[in-house]
Design a protein around this ligand. Structure first.
Ligand SMILES: Nc1nc2c(ncn2[C@@H]2O[C@H](COP(=O)(O)OP(=O)(O)OP(=O)(O)O)[C@@H](O)[C@H]2O)c(=O)[nH]1
Ligand SMILES: [Mg+2]
Length: 300
C-alpha cells in the first residue's frame, strides 16, 4: 500500500507594514482569519492561519509589520514579528512591489540578513505595477537576500497565489499534521471578535485614532436561544477621541457596532448581540493586562 507522506511546518510571514501580509495569509488559508485595512500597522499580534495543500499543512504565522518602534506597543509589535520568525521552518518575506524598497523594507532586510532560515520572497500587489519594475526589484532582492525562490503575486486578486502555495507545501518538512484538518487559525473566538471590531475602527476612523485605540472583550455569554451576547470596550487615549468614536448622536459608534456585529456573527455562525462602550484611558498603552488580552508580550 502506498500512502502519501504528510508534511507540516511553520512559515513566518514577515514584511513592512501594509505589504499585504494578512491579505496573503487569508488568501492562502482560503478564508478570512486575519483583519486587513488600508492603514499601516493593522496587525498587532502574531496570529496563525492554517492552510492545507494536498498532504501538507502549512502553518502561516501572520506578524505585525517591521517598522521603527516608538511607543511601548510598537516595540511589542516588532518583537512579536521577529519572535514569529524564530521557530519557523521557512520565512516568507512579503514586499509591496508598488512601494519597492523603502526604509521599512530595509529594516526587514537587515533583520533577515542574520537569519538561518530558508527564505522565499513574495512580491505583492503586482496588479499595481509594471513588469519592468518587478524584474528590477526581484533581481535586487535576490542579490541581497539569496532567497530560494521569488514569486510575483497579487494577494488581493489571487494571481500567483496557487504557485506560491504549492512551493510552500513542498518546502514543509515531512511529518504528521499538527492541527485538526478543519482548523483555520489558532485565535480564540473571543480574540477574533475583538479584532473584527478593531478592523472597523481602522476602516471607519482616520488619522491617529486607530493607533490610539484598542478593543477589549469584557463579557461573553452564549444564550439558551442560540445567540451570543458580547460586551466590548473600545479604549482611547483622550476625551476628544472618545467623542469622535461615538460620533454625532452616537452615529459612528452605531455604524462600527453594526458592521462588527455582522462580521462576528458571520464568523461564529450565530446571531450576535454586540454592546460597545468607549472608555478613555491615556495609559492603556502601558497596561500590562491589556497586552495579554491582545496576545502580545510585554516589551520593556
Ligand atoms: N492592489 C492590491 N492591494 C493589496 C494587495 N494585497 C493587499 N492589498 C491591500 O493592502 C492593504 C494592506 O493589506 P494588509 O493585508 O492589511 O497588509 P499587512 O501587511 O498585513 O499590514 P500590517 O498588518 O499593517 O503590517 C489593504 O488595503 C489591502 O487590501 C494586492 O495584491 N493588490
Ligand atoms: Mg496585517
Amino acid at each position: 500500500m502506498s500512502e502519501t507522506q504528510t508534511r507540516a511546518g511553520f512559515v513566518a510571514v514577515i514584511g513592512a507594514p501594509n505589504a499585504g501580509k494578512s491579505t496573503l495569509v487569508n488568501a492562502l488559508v482560503g478564508q478570512k482569519v486575519a483583519i486587513v485595512s488600508a492603514k499601516a500597522q493593522t496587525t498587532r499580534a502574531r496570529l496563525m492561519g492554517i492552510a492545507i495543500e494536498g498532504a501538507a499543512q502549512i502553518l502561516l504565522v501572520d506578524t505585525p509589520g517591521i517598522f521603527q518602534p516608538r511607543r511601548r506597543l510598537d516595540r511589542a509589535m516588532v518583537q512579536a514579528a521577529w519572535n514569529g520568525a524564530e521557530d519557523a521552518d521557512l520565512i516568507l518575506l512579503v514586499v509591496d512591489a508598488a512601494t519597492g524598497i523603502n526604509g521599512e523594507v530595509e529594516r526587514a532586510i537587515s533583520g533577515l540578513e542574520k537569519r538561518q532560515h530558508p527564505l522565499v520572497i513574495a512580491l505583492n500587489k503586482v496588479d499595481l505595477v509594471k513588469k519592468e519594475k518587478l524584474l528590477g526589484l526581484s533581481l535586487d532582492l535576490t542579490e541581497r537576500l539569496k532567497p530560494e525562490q521569488v514569486f510575483m503575486i497579487s494577494a488581493a486578486n489571487g494571481d500567483g497565489v496557487p504557485d506560491l502555495k504549492a512551493a510552500l507545501a513542498e518546502a514543509m518538512p515531512e511529518g504528521p499534521w499538527l492541527y485538526p484538518e478543519d482548523e483555520v487559525s489558532d485565535a480564540t473566538d473571543r480574540m477574533v471578535a475583538g479584532e473584527l471590531t478593531r478592523e472597523q475602527i481602522y476602516q471607519q476612523l482616520h488619522q491617529e485614532l486607530p493607533y490610539a485605540s484598542a478593543v477589549e472583550t469584557e463579557t461573553w455569554e452564549d444564550r439558551a436561544d442560540g445567540s451570543t451576547e458580547i460586551r466590548q470596550q473600545i479604549l482611547v487615549e483622550r476625551d476628544s477621541q472618545k467623542a469622535i468614536v461615538i460620533g454625532k448622536g452616537g452615529s459612528r459608534l452605531k455604524q462600527i457596532g453594526q458592521a462588527a456585529r455582522e462580521a462576528i456573527s458571520e464568523h461564529l455562525g450565530r446571531k450576535v448581540h454586540l454592546y460597545l462602550h468607549v472608555k478613555v484611558n491615556p495609559k492603556w498603552g502601558d497596561d500590562r493586562h491589556l497586552y495579554q488580552d491582545i496576545g502580545l508580550e510585554w516589551a520593556d
